[in-house]
Ligand binder design. Structure first.
Ligand code: SAM
Length: 651
């Protein structure tokens, strides 16, 4: 966590109090980074030689001040082809606060441009979990795993081209250099991949050698006599125990069709367009975000389980990423407000969940418990109880976000165009509309059309549940006109946008009609009275406006994100699992080549859909996923096929 007491300053240089060691060389940190990490991994030479549109994956143990990252970033801009992307994966157990990072990085005026771009996205709310940053103008992603190195590395789902091994001196921090950790580094290195470190310690050298690296001792920087660098002659990637979740082989045509112009489709479109893909985005309405993403105010609401679950990891990663994207899009104050969000402790169970969350080590700028008096002050109105305060929470207008994300020259919008079916012809998916007219064809097809996906035979095995939700558009009242934060309990109210609050939402399972219902306005108003005790309960419900839409969810409430397998071939390939779920099988999954899905975002699309775009981009470009492997598997479309096979065994 960003505890200021972790950092000490000696002679103007940052020193870790926890480890009693410097973050970089006292004489010249930047020169040491360039010599040790950049030069000894031969990055300039390798980057100049990259093929067009390629990727380079760079891993680091210990993000620290971000100096190595910024130096790599600067060199990347100087040397890499204009259409190549750098994916920087770094692990940091104790992230510095934004102020500390700034104070350390201002030592290097030559990196000011990169520093300011990083700091515009970096904040103090980096809690345990994985965090994705996209610096599209520089063609760089940063995936920062905030956790212990030993937990993070096994969750990385790709192999790196090069590694910066930088975890303080081995004598002060042996955990970073253990044989287990360096073995994981080797397991996540491509054949011919390299590492470099300032350390020349004998034990580090031996651990790297026994992990499979050919290790050289070369001259260190400045007064340091030696350092280590090396290369992995052959890949150590072994067969996985879950081949049904292994990544499909990527095609390289870099053209995709996306069906569905709501948040899920738009975010997948944007992530790929930034990476240079051409996208045909098909939407049957005349505007984007016209269905489940069509409410005037979507809530940035990180509802977290008290326990560590894949859903919690996903929500943490998605919440931070959505906030970063919203900041980048710079929507107007009428379309986005990071006004803070209060989760009320509205009953005993909720109070218990909140107590559990507050007992965890979350940074205060991420969440903190507040008593009722403070909650009233933060929200500007009297609220019904104490609660949890999420300073980065707020609301956004999803349509404005969708419009901002689709204003990219690589995106061709097909509005008012309904995709009725699709078929494979040669290597392309052809998407057909009315009268079997081909709307577009491409080797990659992403389905992001919520419950419309059910109409496509290739997706029959995805168990989607529909939930009708009605919101009420409540004109400002004498009680609510001072409301300045989002208040959530069993329902929510957002501060007014154009004089109207969004209030909601009802949950009606398996009800697909979207007409407005007076009784659901009444439901929303009585739920509001539980949030704000002074609310006037005499409001005339029949005169209220609102909106009803259908959300789509899955049986385990996790979204469905990833490649789609051929159902019958899958059942044949893995039939042995229905006899014995522990059978060792190494058959690759029979994918429907190039077919992907992003759906079942339920009512938290504003948090999960932007990250889902990055997850799909990672599959399609052989990049690191923005979330740990266990979470990628938890949201994988094939999880249902697998469960059904295994269940069959017990029937
Ligand atoms: N690369 C950094 C830079 O450019 O400023 C310097 C890294 S500093 C020498 C080492 C970093 O490793 C520290 O920030 C420390 O918090 C982190 N660290 C130490 N032990 C760790 C562990 N077990 N897991 C993850 N990070 C760890």
């Amino acid at each position: 966590m960003s505890d200021p007491s972790l950092l000490d300053w000696q002679d103007g240089q940052p020193v870790s109090r926890l480890y009693g060691d410097v973050f970089f060389s006292r004489t010249s940190g930047i020169e040491e980074t360039r010599h040790v990490f950049l030069a000894q991994n031969r990055l300039a030479e390798r980057w100049r030689a990259l093929a067009p549109c390629s990727n380079f994956i760079l891993g680091e143990t210990g993000f620290g001040t971000g100096l190595n990252f910024l130096c790599a970033w600067q060199l990347w801009q100087e040397c890499a082809p204009v259409d190549a992307w750098l994916h920087f994966f770094s692990v940091e157990k104790h992230p510095l606060s934004a102020d500390e990072l700034r104070a350390a990085l201002v030592l290097w005026p030559q990196l000011a441009a990169q520093r300011e771009v990083l700091l515009a996205q970096y904040d103090d709310a980096l809690t345990s979990g994985w965090h994705r940053f996209v610096f599209a103008a520089s063609r760089i992603t940063l995936t920062l795993a905030v956790e212990d190195i030993a937990a993070a590395l096994p969750q990385l789902d790709v192999a790196a081209d090069a590694w910066f091994l930088d975890g303080f001196a081995p004598s002060r921090n042996p955990d970073m250099w253990s044989s287990e950790v360096l073995d994981q580094v080797a397991l996540h290195t491509k054949a011919g991949g390299t590492f470099a470190t300032y350390s020349a310690a004998g034990e580090v050298r031996r651990n790297l050698q026994s992990a499979g690296f050919i290790v050289d001792r070369v001259a260190g920087h400045g007064s340091k006599r030696e350092m280590l660098r090396g290369e992995l002659p052959q890949s150590r990637a072994s067969k996985t125990s879950k081949p049904w979740f292994d990544r499909p082989k990527t095609t390289h045509t870099r053209h995709a069709i996306v069906i569905g112009g709501g948040l899920a489709g738009v975010c997948a479109t944007a992530s790929l367009a930034w990476r240079g893909w051409k996208i045909d985005l098909i939407e049957r309405h005349t505007e984007l975000a016209a269905e489940a993403s069509g409410n005037a105010q979507g809530i940035l609401y990180a509802r977290l389980s008290g326990h560590a679950t894949p859903l919690r990891d996903l929500v943490i990663a998605g919440y931070g990423y959505s906030n970063r994207i919203l900041k980048e899009c710079a929507l107007s104050s009428q379309d986005h407000a990071q006004c803070g969000l209060l989760q009320l402790a509205f009953n005993e169970d909720e109070a218990k969940r909140q107590a559990l969350l507050s007992s965890h080590d979350f940074p205060e700028s991420f969440l903190r418990a507040v008593d009722r008096a403070e909650a009233n002050t933060l929200c500007g109105v009297e609220v019904s109880s104490s609660g949890l305060w999420f300073a980065q929470g707020g609301w956004a207008n999803p349509r404005a976000l969708c419009e901002a994300l689709t204003s990219h020259p690589n995106i061709r919008l097909h509005l008012h165009s309904e995709a009725l079916r699709f078929e494979k012809q040669d290597s392309d998916w052809r998407v057909l509309g009315e009268d079997d007219q081909c709307i577009a064809h491409a080797s990659t097809l992403i389905l992001a059309g919520a419950n419309d996906i059910e109409a496509f035979s290739q997706c029959e095995h995805l168990p989607l549940t529909t939930i009708r939700g009605q919101i009420t558009a409540l004109p400002v009242t004498t009680v609510t006109n001072t409301l300045k934060a989002v208040v959530c309990g069993e329902s929510y109210i957002a501060p007014a946008r154009h004089g109207v609050h969004t209030l909601g939402a009802t949950h009606k399972f398996r009800d697909r009609s979207t007409e407005l219902r007076v009784e659901e306005h009444a439901e929303n108003l009585s739920a509001l009275a539980k949030l704000l005790p002074n609310i006037d309960s005499q409001l005339e419900v029949a005169e209220l406006d609102g909106r009803a839409a259908i959300r789509v969810s899955s049986p385990d409430y996790l979204p469905i994100i990833g490649p789609i397998a051929d159902e019958s071939a899958f059942n044949t390939s893995y039939a042995a699992l229905s006899r014995d779920a522990t059978t060792d099988i190494d058959t690759l999954s029979p994918w429907l080549d190039g077919l992907y899905v992003s759906t079942a975002h339920g009512s938290r699309g504003l948090i999960s859909a932007p990250l889902a775009g990055e997850i799909l981009a990672a599959y399609l470009n052989d990049e690191p996923s923005p979330i740990p492997k266990s979470v990628t598997d938890a949201v994988h479309p094939s999880r249902f096929l697998l469960r059904d096979l295994i269940r069959r065994r017990s029937e």
